[in-house]
Design a binder for this molecule. Structure first.
Ligand code: IPM
Ligand code: MG
Length: 380
């Protein structure tokens, strides 16, 4: 009896859902319907726990996230998040901001690695602002450090100079342990890919960057089969636009990773396409504990209008199946369904080709329709 119950329990995954603000609830609903479809096909189910976090958390409880919400996320097998924030909560002097919820989750759950795969779906080459010949072979993975650096360094506060002038301070701080664990993950990932790591820093200026270089060299000694390149962040930014296919795994500190991943997202044709995973070292019964979210923000200008592209969130759900739930085949089924929906001409508004004649040949789909089309292609 006990064994049967254990087997049953292993087939129901507990997922904490954070729909958040703006388009967040719409794209999360789309991903939930796709996950339900893939669960039906592969014989597993989900127990959803929806949490009121972000700007909506501030409106409801007065804080972006409550300690019990962080605990619920810890207790779940994985977390699926839409987006948080919006102009309503943007006052720079406000004591509570929706983004604090992200930092409480990243720091509180020890999610030190943010994985942002950058690929270009062949069907979307026309939607990318880069020349088609630059897009062949683009397959990069940005590994961004997520729980240290300028985002977490203290002090971080307004100051006043002795002369009474307004000033402010942020602190860029890294320990060798924080660097070693993320760089090691980058090398491990590279081993399953094209065996190249580009470590991005500003070592000609910053002491933290010079520590990153030293520690990365030390870790590299354990991965002699992986090629290591150091690159300054300004040069990396330029090379991403000029020769994106030259990168395999990029590993970098928190703020550089934030900036470079938005730049890289442009290559894919739309920010709406790209997924992300934030993981730490903790493992559950099924895989690494993690938080999954699209790279795009809450897009308040199009919220509630069924216009948002749910594919970034749907592909994040695929990453969740692969990394946290031990279901790589189900993950691949979602990715293949997305690819077939694009083959069949379905496009959300952001994915339409710029040329009117090419756009006309496509089927314009809203958020719900796009998720339904993906679900249909999983069922078969
Ligand atoms: C991201 C976002 C966040 C970040 C913001 C919303 C605080 O840009 O996840 O990349 O800077 O980390
Ligand atoms: Mg960002």
């Amino acid at each position: 009896m006990t064994e049967v119950r254990a087997a049953d329990a292993a087939r129901t995954y507990r997922i904490a859902l954070i729909p958040g603000d703006g388009v967040g609830p719409e794209v999360v609903a789309g991903a939930v319907s796709v996950l339900e479809a893939v669960g039906r096909r592969f014989g597993f189910g989900f127990a959803w726990q929806e949490l009121t976090v972000g700007g909506i958390g501030i409106d409801t409880y007065g804080v972006g996230i409550r300690p019990e919400d962080v605990e619920a996320c810890r207790a779940a097998d994985a977390v699926l998040l839409g987006a948080v924030g919006g102009p309503k909560w943007d006052d720079p002097d406000a004591a509570v901001r929706p983004e604090q919820a992200l930092f409480a989750l990243r720091g509180g759950l020890g999610l030190f690695a943010n994985l942002r795969p950058i690929t270009v779906a062949p069907q979307l080459i026309a939607a990318s602002p880069l020349k088609p010949e630059l897009l062949a072979g683009v397959d990069a993975m940005i590994v961004r450090e997520l729980t240290s650096g300028l985002y977490f360094g203290r002090p971080s506060e307004p100051r006043t100079t002795p002369e009474g002038e307004r000033a402010a301070i942020d602190t860029l701080w890294y320990t060798e342990g924080e660097i070693r664990r993320i760089v090691t993950l980058a090398f491990e990932l590279a081993r399953g890919r094209r065996r190249k790591v580009t470590q991005v820093d500003k070592a000609n200026v910053l002491a933290t960057s010079r520590l990153w270089r030293k520690v990365t060299e030390e870790v590299h000694a354990d991965f002699p089969d992986v090629e290591l390149e150091h690159r300054l962040v300004d040069s990396a930014a330029m090379t991403l636009a000029r020769w994106p296919a030259s990168f395999d795994v990029l590993v970098t500190e928190n703020l550089f990773g934030d900036i470079l991943s938005d730049e890289a997202a442009v290559i894919a044709g739309s920010l709406g396409m790209l997924p992300s995973a934030s993981i730490g070292s903790r493992v559950t019964a099924h895989g690494r504990h993690g938080l999954y979210e699209p790279i795009h923000g809450s897009a308040p200008d199009i919220a509630g209008q069924d216009l948002a592209n749910p594919l970034g969130t749907i592909l994040s759900a695929a990453m969740m199946l692969r990394w946290s739930l031990g279901q790589p085949e189900a993950a691949a089924a979602i990715e293949s369904a997305v690819s077939r929906a694009l083959d069949d001409g379905y496009r959300t508004r952001d994915l339409l080709p710029a040329h009117p004649a090419e756009a006309e040949a496509m089927t314009l789909a809203g958020t719900r329709e796009m998720a339904r089309v993906i679900g249909d292609r999983i069922a078969i």
